[in-house]
Design a protein around this ligand. Structure first.
Ligand code: C2E
Ligand code: MG
Ligand code: MG
Length: 669
């Protein structure tokens, strides 16, 4: 619609230019034609006058002497004059000739068409007076009060009357004047013909000029229009995928919510690709771009002509659904979109499977206008991500939650510095329940809320710089506890969880070593747990830091193994000591064949690479037995003990019913 309007606007401008320039060109043509006509007329008159002058000076003047003029033309000369006038061969027809003496007396008059020239007394006119002063005078007469002239005009039509001074050698003033009457019609006809030709040529030239000008302007205007259409498109679209961009989405959202007031509802689905960054980091940005383009095509293929797909971030898409039939229908649509994105994408010869999270908000149920719809879809998408749900519809309660989290963030700073963070410890055991180490898990002892679990504030801290002081506090608390145990004669390794940003922070390894030194704890009693995501975020940096830490004797463990996106190639070169199989696989070990295979292969992989394998989240004896069957030697979970403050840890008594599982491993990590 906009483009049609633009084209109409563009072409109407061109038409306006065409009309205005045409009017100007025509005006110019008329003015020039007039000027030309008057110049041609002037030149015609001049050349006729010149011809008359030539006739008199060549053919007539030699027949007369100065005394003939003064004393009267003798009869024989009159005859000669008559002959000359009658038989003028100069090409100029003479209608009448008068010869004046310089005293104003008419000495001769001849009309070639009357057999005997009439001799009349003439009256000197102003033109005659001028000619007697030496100036050639010419005038056109088309009517006259003089009967003599009137008869001549009747016969010849308009006349050219020329007064030619008669000058003899050695004289400075004219001896007399020839007064010639020439038929003006031939001159006029030639002037007309010349003018018509010149004007025709002028107009032809102007038409060609105008056409050329029009063509140039039309081409330039078309180019400008194309260019402005391109710019308009670029301003509203994403360069990589050609999808609408955020600006365009905002515009369309505003329009859709405005229009939808009386009609059906409008839904916004915000989709976030999971772990897309890892694709970029491991396969390169060009491959990452290929994935984005493919995802964009899949989303576009699933949307109708009235819907809009936009790319609103590196790996974020938004789909605006118009005329949707309520939340359920929007969720169904979102599910279809998500399913399409989850199908593997083949890039660079390998299949990459990405997950996607979607947040849905519906107008007018969830939001009145575009910005609110966007905000609420964002809150829903954020919740889908945090809760590991694939899709989440907006709920005002979610908003409250995110506001609460913002409140938490404001307080977290104070909490870290003010000693509100506490550590709970969960034992890691062999399958017989012997405690071989503990994992330190942070909690926030909030004065009003009570004990806040880490998932509610660690991710928030990770998104801000607060994760650094948090990691330092946890490390300090954990090492303080290890020192306490050492002082009471117990060597118990402690595992501390390290976030990506902390691990990759410059100087991290040095700070850990300094902390060990400050608490006088041997490095073999510290285990750092990192996730696959951390490693893949910046594999080279991670390798450098981990090598430094491992070189100092610190043990390294890959946490939540199997949930991330790791490369076996890195696993081989990383100086890690342990894999912790994520509890989602362990929990389903006895019920899902697929999870059993995953745990089985991970245990085998760990054993092959010479790594310890810890099964996380062991809650029952059946799982424990299954683990034993798979050759897994270490476990952690509620079956052995929940995370508790250090003083509540039961370190000596076996945590599982004796005999539940055969002999456990003696290996200490
Ligand atoms: P994680 O490192 O995988 O820690 C294990 C989590 O699983 C703990 O949750 C623990 O309570 C829970 N868990 C252990 N056994 C079982 C079981 O048998 N069944 C079930 N359902 N859950 C079990 P928690 O303490 O809520 O910690 C959650 C996550 O928060 C941790 O996962 C870790 O990633 C993070 N976290 C905890 N403390 C810290 C910390 O000091 N720094 C950082 N950066 N992250 C931390
Ligand atoms: Mg952990
Ligand atoms: Mg874990």
């Amino acid at each position: 619609m906009d483009s049609i309007r633009g084209r109409v606007r563009g072409s109407s401008l061109l038409v306006r230019f065409a009309v205005v320039s045409l009017v100007l060109v025509v005006l110019l043509g008329v003015l020039m034609a007039r000027l030309l006509a008057s110049m041609i007329a002037e030149r015609g008159l001049q050349s006729a006058t010149d011809a008359a002058v030539l006739t008199t000076t060549i053919a007539i003047q030699p027949l007369l002497t100065a005394s003939d003029l003064a004393d009267g033309v003798p009869a024989d000369k009159v005859e000669a004059l008559d002959r000359a006038v009658h038989g003028s061969r100069s090409g100029t027809e003479i209608a009448r000739i008068k010869i004046w003496h310089d005293d104003g007396e008419l000495v001769y008059v001849a009309d070639p068409h009357t057999s005997s020239p009439a001799r009349t007394e003439g009256q000197p006119s102003p033109e005659l007076a001028e000619a007697l002063d030496g100036t050639i005078e010419a005038e056109i007469i088309s009517s006259s009060a003089e009967p003599d002239n009137a008869a001549l005009i009747q016969r010849y039509g308009t006349l050219l009357e020329v007064y030619v001074p008669i000058l003899y050698d050695g004289q400075t003033s004219p001896a007399g004047v020839f007064e010639l009457y020439l038929p003006y019609q031939p001159v006029q006809a030639s002037i007309r013909a010349d003018t018509a030709r010149a004007v025709a040529l002028l107009f032809l030239g102007l038409v060609i000029l105008w056409l050329g000008l029009f063509r140039v302007v039309a081409t330039a205007s078309r180019r400008l229009r194309d260019e402005s259409r391109r710019n308009e498109h670029q301003a509203a679209h994403d360069a990589l995928t050609g999808l609408a961009n955020r600006t365009q989405l905002d515009k369309e959202l505003a329009a859709a919510t405005r229009l939808a007031r009386d009609r059906g509802s409008v839904a916004l689905v915000l989709i976030d690709l999971d772990r897309f960054r890892e694709v970029n980091d491991t396969l390169g940005h060009a491959r990452g771009d290929e994935v984005v383009v493919e995802m964009a095509a899949r989303l576009s293929a699933l949307t109708g002509p009235t819907d809009l797909v936009a790319r609103v971030g590196g790996d974020e898409f938004a789909v605006l659904l118009r005329d949707i039939d309520g939340v359920d229908s929007a969720l169904l649509h979102a599910e279809r979109l998500r399913a399409a994105l989850r199908a593997p994408v083949r890039v660079g010869g390998i299949d990459v499977a990405l997950d996607a999270r979607a947040g849905v908000s519906v107008h007018p149920l969830d939001a009145e206008d575009g910005p609110a719809l966007m905000r609420h879809a964002d809150v829903a998408a954020e919740h889908a991500k945090r809760s590991h749900a694939g899709i989440c519809a907006y709920d005002p309660a979610l908003d409250q939650h995110s506001t609460e989290r913002l409140g938490l963030l404001a307080e977290l700073d104070r909490a870290i510095a003010g000693g509100e963070l506490v550590l709970h410890y969960q034992p890691t055991c062999d399958l017989a329940g012997r405690v071989l180490g503990v994992e330190a898990l942070v909690r926030w002892a909030h004065p009003q809320r009570g004990l806040v679990p880490p998932l509610e504030f660690v991710p928030v801290a990770e998104r801000t710089g607060l994760i650094h002081p948090l990691t330092e506090v946890v490390l300090d608390l954990a090492l303080t506890q290890v020192r306490r145990w050492l002082d009471s004669g117990r060597e118990l390794p402690v595992a501390v969880n390290i976030s990506t940003r902390s691990l990759l922070q410059p100087g991290f390894a040095e700070r850990v070593l300094t902390a060990l030194g400050a608490h006088d704890v041997p490095s073999r009693l510290l285990v750092l747990e990192i996730t696959e995501t951390t490693i893949m975020e910046d594999p080279e940096r991670a390798l450098e830091v981990l090598t430094r830490l491992a070189g100092a004797g610190i043990r390294l463990s890959i946490d939540d193994f199997g949930t991330g996106y790791s490369s076996l190639a890195y696993l081989k070169v990383l100086p890690v000591h342990e894999l912790k199989i994520d509890r989602t696989f362990v929990a389903a070990l006895t019920t899902s064949e697929r999870d059993r295979v995953i745990v089985d292969s991970t245990v085998a992989l760990g054993n092959r690479l010479g790594l310890e394998v810890v099964a996380e989240g062991v809650e029952d004896v059946a799982t424990l037995e299954a683990l034993a069957g798979l050759g897994c030697r270490l476990a952690q979970g509620f079956l052995f003990g929940r995370p508790v403050p250090a003083d509540q840890l039961r370190l000596d008594a076996p945590a599982v019913p004796v005999g539940a599982v055969g002999e456990g491993s003696d290996r200490v990590r």
